[in-house]
Unconditional design. Structure first.
Length: 211
């Protein structure tokens, strides 16, 4: 076996001590790494902050207020008196007991409710389908005769109740079927005048005076 002399064994290589330039380079590398980490970590909270602030601005947008209400499909001003509107709608422009302000319509609704009902229905349907007031509303129509015939049996209020609901929906008036039924049954003349005056306000917004 070949031997190995002591002189052949070399001393392990020792690393040279770090110099000042090495410390400087290491410090600069750590500073750059920490800066990159800080900037990337603060980017995500900034994004969430922007989203939260945008949501707050959207929630703080003002809601619908009083004003002229004109449907996109045509028609006149459906809130001519600028009644306050909330999530449930608005009140009637005239109270149920304000029928005495329109004496002619009030007397006709008391003596001949079928006539006022027929005119209200015809005017409503013309506005709803044509988007303009009826230039010559008829006093006698099929609706008028049907209401008159069923009134003999005490059932005329059913026609008025359904028409009142349609008018209320057109003008975004608060209420429901129960209220429409009670008003049409117990206060038929007053309800007819109230409905007629509501339609009249929209017709007047076209410059067409009715009653």
């Amino acid at each position: 076996m070949m031997g190995t002399s002591i002189g052949d064994i070399s001393e392990p290589t020792r690393s040279s001590p770090p110099t000042l330039s090495t410390y400087k380079l290491f410090s600069e590398h750590r500073w750059a790494s920490s800066s990159s980490l800080t900037s990337s970590s603060t980017h995500i909270p900034s994004t969430f902050h922007f989203i939260i602030m945008s949501a707050r601005v959207y929630q703080q947008q003002p809601g619908a207020t009083n004003g002229m209400v004109v449907a996109p499909g045509g028609g006149g001003n459906r809130n001519a008196k600028n009644m306050p509107v909330d999530a449930d709608g608005r009140d009637w422009s005239h109270g149920l007991c304000g029928c005495f302000s329109a004496c002619g319509t009030c007397i006709c609704a008391t003596c001949f409710p079928c006539v006022v009902y027929g005119k209200n229905k015809h005017r409503y349907e013309h506005l709803n389908s044509k988007g303009v007031p009826d230039p010559s509303p008829s006093c006698c129509s099929g609706s008028c005769m049907a209401h008159g015939l069923f009134s003999v049996c005490g059932l005329g209020f059913i026609f008025q109740m359904m028409n009142r609901g349609n008018i209320r929906n057109r003008y975004n008036v608060k209420g429901g079927g129960c209220g429409d039924c009670c008003a049409s049954f117990w206060c038929a003349p007053c309800a007819l005048v109230q409905e007629s005056r509501e339609i009249e306000l929209e017709e007047q917004s076209f410059g067409a005076q009715r009653y």
